[in-house]
Design a protein around this ligand. Structure first.
Ligand code: SAH
Length: 269
């Protein structure tokens, strides 16, 4: 089967549904796939299909359904694939490790470089047979409540397709592309600001140099955790300089970056 020629989409990852009994689930899987830019769906012996319910549940992803081949056997569905990842809700006694959703997607994306790969989903009531599991090169189990670990078929597909999408880098970068890039403060800018803060804290007698305790270390940790931007350091230094000016009217400020800033007007990013 050929991949369709959409401008979007993760090529070479084939989602295979083995004997789905509910057409609604088939539609919901198509929708789950399309939201995560996974295009290729193959249906093995689906019950009550094609169906208006499947199309309705697919919503705007009916193109995925329309392009999905319907085949009789798992063999036909896997034809041409170089790697098969099975999905399982149950713990099975198997000689190979079962990976979690993130690990499963990682492996699929790695194998995909060599050729088409398949992600095999089982029947709503009984999952995959042992024989089908033995056809798989690896198994993925989405970690879930041990007391109730069986997800709805489309929910399982959504989670795995999400991991594929996230890890493939298909998605938009999460940061708004229109935003000005962050300019991180350098280590010396942060330490300069901390030193300034220490001077002001001492001047206002918040910090006792005879008994400094852990104050500056704690503040240092706070600011390092916050990953300050350069403009934020400048704001803080401007604020500290303003405090100093109030403390010593007419006294010269020390001329470091930000010290000569006037009142904060909220400019900049
Ligand atoms: N009673 C079946 C449950 C099947 S759920 C069983 O015990 O196997 C239908 C399908 O959804 C499963 O075959 C599998 O493809 C997928 N699925 C459901 N829960 C899952 C989970 N926790 N991890 C991975 N796949 C899961």
């Amino acid at each position: 089967m050929s991949l369709n020629e959409e401008p979007w989409g993760l090529s070479g990852v084939r989602v295979v549904l083995v004997e789905p009994s509910h057409p609604g689930n088939v539609g919901a899987v198509a929708r789950a796939m399309k939201t995560m830019a996974v295009r290729d769906l193959v249906l093995v012996n689906p019950a009550r299909y094609p169906s208006a319910e499947a199309t309705a549940r697919a919503s705007g992803a009916d193109d995925i359904l329309a392009a999905a081949p319907v085949v009789e056997t798992v063999d036909e569905a896997l034809a041409g694939c170089i790697f098969v990842m099975g999905t399982t809700a149950r713990r099975r006694h198997l000689p190979w490790p079962v990976v979690d959703a993130a690990g499963g997607a990682e492996r699929l994306l790695k194998e995909r470089v060599q050729g088409p790969v398949a992600l095999l989903f089982g029947r709503e009531h009984s999952g995959l047979t042992n024989e089908e599991v033995e056809r798989c090169n690896a198994l993925v189990r989405i970690p879930a409540n041990p007391a109730y670990s069986s997800l709805n078929l489309a929910a399982a597909a959504q989670i795995l397709c999400y991991e594929l999408y996230r890890q493939s880098g298909e998605g938009e970068p999460l940061a708004d592309a229109g935003q000005a890039p962050r300019v991180e403060a350098t280590v010396d800018e942060v330490s300069g600001m901390l030193e300034h803060l220490r001077r002001v804290a001492t001047a206002v007698e918040f910090l006792d140099p005879q008994s400094p305790r852990l104050l500056m270390r704690r503040l240092g940790r706070l600011f390092n955790r916050a990953r300050l931007e350069r403009t934020e350091v400048q704001i803080l230094r401007g604020l500290l300089a303003a405090v100093e000016r109030k403390l010593r009217p007419g006294a010269a400020v020390d001329g470091q970056s930000g010290d000569s800033a006037g009142p904060y007007e909220g400019n900049g990013p």
